[in-house]
Ligand binder design. Structure first.
Ligand code: GLC
Length: 608
């Protein structure tokens, strides 16, 4: 208890101050404190020991050995036990952080891929049980693998017991959501609140005919927004959070965090109270389970993302998604023009080095084209027509495109649409395979590997989308499933193809070629200290619009990465005359002066 007491003492005043400012409710605060202590007592000794080790080494997750992989449990290995059986494969992929996509109880056909939780303390039956989860996290910890899960706190499923009681007209439970008996207030909200799913779930409210009420549903109609103005909601959700942390979870992904506080006449996004809540969550975890990291899901422009790190004295999230960089990367692929990406990387590189970004090429969601259109306009690209171009390009209709994929939530009114597809399909692997075109396949693999090499050189934690390591292509089976057909995100959520994964050591196969090349890059990243998250990082002008150059420096070591985003051989007109360099993949000596770089090629040049 000594550690707990010390942590509690350290944080109590600030926590109380924030809580009272938001809720003015001393007895609910006292209840929260009691429960925190209970969850600490329940936390097992191994986790407590891990907490202590991590407290002593707060940079533990900023190292160059971190590599993540995300997957759906059923797609990857059937169930939790199955995942436990695949830990050797996970290690073979050099992965030491797995993100288990939503696995808590969710109604069939109304699940939003598991993001509509009906019970925060129960695992989906087909995936296993809480005991299986504890066994999996313990098995992972033995191998030094961290486990991440989603904490979907903005809403519950309409089948959650609170929602059921609210439906029955129980005022206590209705006050945990946003209920309205007529359309007046909902229509006022609609004036200022944008839409998340304009085509698949238009509007932010759902009419419940039997109850004669509207309920707020920012996402799907079956996902009811929780009302965090009610301290009972905050407290209970914190208990759920701590319960899950005690099952051995290392990284909690706070789903849709910008949305959790609502105010009339605002966009209901990123309101100041959201930051109060996240800060309280951070304090609560630092008291009860300081080994746990908070990963914020803020899919917004950089100015809105960065505040979720909080400040040095009052940190909020440990990690955030590098979402604009991801979208800008695909823009760069479609345009063979690195100018916007260079500018975006310069913005990220100018941020404090303590900030840890999660870097990725693809995830389970669509790609929204949230680019810096003011800058693009200066380069002659106008927002609406450019989005149209990107969507045409990645569907394979425009430019020199070999990509395959589908639109997502195409909004006929705004003309906006997002995009879905796997990395491999977007790089041309699907098309080349279908057409049995070996030259095109070679090109597609080169692009795919180059993009990974470029992702790995960024600061932060790279996360692979499970299946990308063997170049899995789009899966059109979702069209046969009535529960999934309306949501094209399922195109890139296909089941892991273990038959293909058997080829990972066979250099004559697409899987073998990709796997071996990525494996080499991953090993280099783990070995070279210059990849640590807080190294100096900068971009270097190459005087060729298709070639990106990134420098890294850490404790006397220097690395220059050069990436050719075009299908033509290019020259990077750089002139680094500070010594001799060795290329880490081939072992060749290459001077970083006027470097010739093949189509979709890349180099990692390390100063000798
Ligand atoms: C997050 C998830 C997304 C889900 C949404 C609603 O954005 O990534 O898949 O639809 O939250 O929970």
């Amino acid at each position: 208890m000594e550690n707990y007491r010390a942590r509690f003492e350290r944080h109590h005043d600030e926590l109380r101050w924030l809580y009272m400012e938001l809720y003015h409710n001393g007895s609910m605060f006292a209840e929260l404190c009691d429960k925190m202590e209970d969850f600490y007592k329940e936390r097992n000794q191994k986790l407590k020991a891990l907490d202590l080790r991590r407290e002593e080494d707060p940079d533990w997750y900023r190292q160059n050995d971190m590599l993540g992989m995300m997957f759906y449990i059923d797609n990857f290995a059937g169930n939790m036990k199955g995942v436990e059986g695949k830990l050797n494969y996970i290690e073979q992929c050099n992965v030491n952080y797995i993100h288990l996509m939503p696995f808590l109880e969710t109604p069939k056909g109304r699940s939003d891929g598991g993001y509509a939780v009906s019970n925060f303390r129960k695992v989906q039956k087909n995936l296993g049980s809480m005991e299986d989860l504890e066994s999996l996290t313990a098995a992972c910890h033995k191998r030094g693998i961290n486990v991440c899960m989603d904490f979907v706190m903005n809403h519950t499923s309409e089948d959650h017991e609170w929602a059921k009681k609210a439906r029955q007209g129980d005022g206590e439970y209705m006050s945990r959501y946003f209920f309205f008996d007529n359309s007046y207030l909902p229509s006022l909200y609609e004036n200022t609140v944008p839409q998340v799913f304009p085509t698949t779930a238009p509007g932010n409210f759902t009419w419940l005919p039997e109850e004669g009420h509207f309920v707020m549903t920012t996402f799907y109609p079956y996902q009811w927004d929780l009302n965090y103005k009610n301290p009972r909601v905050f407290n209970e959700m914190m208990y759920n959070f701590l319960y899950l942390a005690d099952r051995g979870i290392d990284i909690i992904r706070i789903d849709a965090v910008p949305y959790i506080w609502k105010e009339l006449n605002t966009s209901c996004r990123n309101l100041p109270q959201v930051h109060t809540i996240v800060r309280m969550m951070r304090i609560i975890s630092e008291i009860v389970c300081p080994g746990v990291l908070l990963l914020g899901e803020v899919v917004m422009e950089p100015e809105k993302v960065v505040p979720y790190f909080g400040t040095v004295e009052k940190p909020e999230c440990h990690m955030l998604y590098n979402v604009t960089t991801m979208a800008t990367t695909w823009h760069t692929v479609a345009c063979r023009d690195v100018r916007l990406l260079k500018r975006q990387l310069d913005i990220v590189n100018s941020l404090p080095k303590d900030y840890v970004f999660l870097n990725y090429l693809r995830c389970h969601d669509d790609i929204g084209w949230g680019l810096d259109y003011d800058t693009l306009l200066q380069n002659g690209m106008e927002e609406r027509s450019h989005k149209q171009y990107l969507n045409d390009y990645f569907q394979g209709y425009a430019g020199e495109s070999n990509s395959r994929g589908e639109l997502y939530n195409a909004d006929p009114i705004t003309g906006d649409a997002r995009f879905c597809g796997t990395t491999a399909s977007m790089c041309g692997v699907e098309k080349a395979g279908f057409e049995q075109d070996e030259d095109a396949m070679e090109k597609a693999i080169r692009l795919d590997v180059m993009l990974h090499a470029y992702m790995f050189i960024q600061s932060g934690i790279p996360v692979l989308y499970g299946g990308d390591e063997i170049g899995q292509v789009n899966d059109y089976a979702y069209k046969e499933d009535p529960d999934k057909v309306a949501d094209s995100r399922y195109i890139h959520r296909g089941a892991m193809n273990w038959k293909l994964a058997e080829n990972i050591s066979d250099a004559d196969t697409v899987e073998g070629r990709l796997f071996e090349k990525l494996n080499k890059l991953e090993k280099i990243r783990k070995k070279e200290k210059v990849f640590v998250s807080n190294a100096d990082t900068w971009t270097i002008e190459t005087w060729d619009p298709a070639v990106l150059c990134i420098g890294r420096y850490y404790e006397g070591e220097k690395l220059i990465g050069i990436f050719n985003f075009s299908e033509f051989d290019k020259t990077a007109w750089i002139n680094e005359t500070d010594g001799d360099y060795i290329e880490l993949i081939s072992g060749e000596e290459i001077k970083p002066i006027g470097v010739n770089i093949p189509a979709y090629g890349f180099y990692y040049l390390k100063k000798k």
